[in-house]
Design a protein around this ligand. Structure first.
Ligand code: DHB
Ligand code: FE
Length: 289
């Protein structure tokens, strides 16, 4: 049986990827941000999974106004890093896990969640920046990510977006799907994006540290309650792009306490930093007991 051992949550600001790729991580602006991920890289080396189920959002890169899947699961063998206007990031090709991804699609769709199945897609900063932050930069003589990755794209760009409640329920269905897979795989589920930020309009630059930290508190201690938060509150309090945070509820819904294990997850790491570009960066690692 495959098992979810931990969930990881992190922002995905594209400028973080550029700072890594251009060798700027030690600069005064960036150093405090990357210091918050030192623990995570060491933790990841010690808790390396077979597969990361990576919940993220595409930013009009693979999808566009022509095609807007609410939930899309990648069942391909590999995914190329996308060209977002400056050439693709110099990171490895992302290797998928078609067998587990297809099993999850089968199970979750039969539980009445409508997923779009994607067999070809490039992955943008929403997926590659979290990988760089937590897995580090792969060595040139072994240029690959340390494990397989199943990309799971959520529409948080074009209204209507899914509710936190729907995301939380989907996370529970994903856990059941993973636990019904025959092979004994160690799986982590990552929820990415956020925290507060707004990139356009009169409120561009909005950050809400008090709201973000209350979100982290409640994500840890009361995810079912947090899942009731209406989407308008994300937008009002955390900015138009703060709605990316509903994706964290997919990962949180897949943890064992939500399924009634009776044991809360262990908070292995918590980090918060303002600013990175226009965004408040939040990061959590939760381990299933
Ligand atoms: C920024 C943050 C994002 O989440 C994103 O997708 C693009 C840009 C930013 O803060 O610059
Ligand atoms: Fe984003």
């Amino acid at each position: 049986m495959a098992k979810i051992t931990a969930s990881v949550y992190t922002s995905h600001v594209p400028a973080i990827g550029a700072a890594i790729d251009l060798g700027k991580t030690a600069e005064p602006y960036w150093a405090p941000l990357f210091k918050g991920y030192e623990f995570s890289k060491e933790w990841f080396r010690q808790h390396q999974p077979d597969v990361i189920f990576l919940v993220y959002n595409d930013h009009a890169t693979a999808f566009s106004l022509e095609l807007i899947p609410t939930f899309a699961i990648g069942t391909a063998a590999e995914y190329q890093p996308a060209d977002e206007g400056w050439g693709p990031r110099p990171v490895p090709v992302v290797k998928g896990h078609p067998e587990l991804a297809s099993h999850i699609a089968q199970s979750v769709i039969q539980e009445d969640f409508d997923l779009t199945i994607v067999n070809k897609m490039d992955v943008d900063h929403g997926l590659t920046v979290p990988l760089s932050l937590v897995c580090g930069t792969p060595p040139q003589d072994h240029f690959e990510w340390p494990c397989a990755v199943i990309p799971f794209a959520v529409n948080v760009v074009q209204y209507p977006v899914p509710s936190g409640r729907r995301c939380f329920q989907l996370g529970q269905a994903i856990r059941r799907a993973i636990e019904s897979y025959d092979e004994p795989l160690n799986v982590q589920i990552w929820g990415t994006g956020g925290m507060s930020h707004q990139l356009q309009g009169p409120r561009a630059g909005l950050i809400n540290q008090a709201w973000d930290n209350a979100f982290l508190d409640q994500l840890i201690a009361d995810p079912a309650g947090l899942a009731q938060k209406p989407h308008i509150e994300y937008v009002r309090e955390a900015g138009s792009e703060g709605i990316e945070l509903v994706m964290w509820l997919i990962a949180r819904g897949a943890m064992s306490d939500v399924a009634g294990s009776g044991k809360p997850p262990k908070v292995a790491h918590r980090f918060y930093h303002v600013p990175a570009s226009n965004t408040a960066v939040g990061h959590l690692i939760l381990e299933n007991p």
